[in-house]
Design a protein around this ligand. Structure first.
Ligand SMILES: [Fe+2]
Length: 387
């Protein structure tokens, strides 16, 4: 049936140096009392000190919470911080950081206007809630796409699962994308985040739910992210490469939100919960294997990505062109330091059943997005083959 929707509600301001427009962009919308969540590595850096000092002078109030969770955010961490903005009368919350900080900002926006005993009560897709404080996103590492989606992922440590606090109220009002803000991010965090974006781009591209609106965004995102990743690996301070990653992150995040995630992104969840493997690295691990899995079973849409990432001349044969695209993407993931096998990460073979059980019980809808249909046994066999 030829019917689909494309949701997008976040304005974007892109450009090196545009961080200095933040106060103006907030005031244009009547936001003068600002709550901010910022990654703990940032306030000490002169680039950020100067920026925040200037912002503080330009708004009526600036209350800053420094993000302190040791790994990706949990409901338990939200409980520790859920009241910090309650009595501050802030009219906007600005998230300044990577995916964890941006997601935490969205969670806090909901918790500030919806007091609950425990944050976990709002897990999933809560309905019947009061509108949260509006959120604005300023990523300081590119790739997660949290700056364009309403999703916010949190781990429930009691159940050993990732859920979220997901409400369409939490579409960021705007995203301010200044690549200069990402030049201080360390190599590992930068790569993990960029690879997360690459997973979003490829999985939205492959998803059986891709639409004529998502495909162009996915394809453009792949081009930006591949250029950005190459540039990043050559020089961490390359603003042009950082900019490519920011463009790709936004496009891929929007595409994924409208096309649904696939098995690589989903399988990153048990690795994150069980072994604290960063989301982007884990997703890239599975991406490098799902691409050839699909190619070997006759899926050749990858050929359409050749103009975005391959130098000419491209192989004339469609299957060969698709194979060349897959090899290029696999090479990039390998160059980023992603191991080839699960055992290289120290994951015991005996754990494979537990990972597969988790994926099948909680994440199966993502497997149903794969363009090559997989049975549950196919998924188990595939996972076992990756050890
Ligand atoms: Fe992701």
């Amino acid at each position: 049936m030829d019917a689909f929707q494309f949701k997008l509600r976040t304005q974007v301001y892109y450009g090196p140096g545009r961080r200095h427009e933040l106060a103006e962009l907030l005031k244009q919308r009547g936001y003068r009392r600002v709550g901010m969540v910022i990654d703990r590595a940032l306030p000490e850096l002169p680039l950020y000190q100067d920026w925040l000092d200037a912002l503080r002078r330009e708004v009526d109030a600036l209350h800053v919470l420094v993000y302190q969770a040791p790994f990706e955010p949990t409901y338990g961490y939200l409980d520790q911080i859920k009241d910090v903005f309650r009595d501050r009368e802030v009219d906007v919350l600005v998230g300044v950081g990577g995916g964890s900080v941006m997601d935490t900002t969205k969670g806090l926006a909901v918790l500030t206007t919806n007091p609950v005993e425990r944050a976990v009560e709002l897990r999933g897709f809560p309905t019947d809630i009061r509108p949260p404080i509006p959120v604005v996103m300023v990523p300081t590492v590119a790739g997660t796409g949290s700056e364009v989606t309403y999703f916010a992922v949190f781990t429930d440590e009691d159940e050993g699962r990732k859920f979220g606090i997901n409400t369409e109220y939490n579409f960021p009002v705007f995203a301010l994308l200044d690549p200069e803000l990402t030049t201080t991010a360390p190599r590992q965090a930068s790569l993990s985040s960029a690879l997360d974006g690459l997973v979003h781009a490829l999985e939205s591209f492959m998803s059986v739910r891709h639409t004529p609106f998502t495909r162009p965004w996915s394809m453009a995102a792949v081009g930006h992210l591949v250029r950005g990743l190459r540039g990043l690996m050559a020089d961490l301070t390359d603003v042009a490469a950082r900019g490519e990653l920011m463009k790709g992150s936004y496009l891929a995040g929007a595409a994924l939100m409208n096309a649904s995630a696939g098995p690589a992104g989903a399988l990153s969840y048990p690795l994150g919960v069980f072994y604290h493997t960063p989301h982007g690295l884990a997703g890239a691990f599975f991406l490098q294997h799902i691409l050839p899995y699909n190619l070997a079973r006759g899926y050749t849409d990858f050929a359409d990505l050749a103009p975005y990432i391959l130098p000419e001349p491209w192989p004339a044969d469609r299957t060969e062109r698709a194979a060349a695209v897959v090899r290029t993407l696999q090479g990039l993931i390998r160059d980023a330091g992603i191991p080839a096998r699960l055992r290289d990460w120290g994951i015991p073979q005996a754990d494979l059943d537990r990972i597969a059980d988790h994926a099948i019980a909680y994440l199966w809808p993502a497997f149903e997005m794969n363009p090559v249909p997989m049975s549950q046994q196919d998924a188990r066999d595939w996972l076992a083959s990756l050890w």
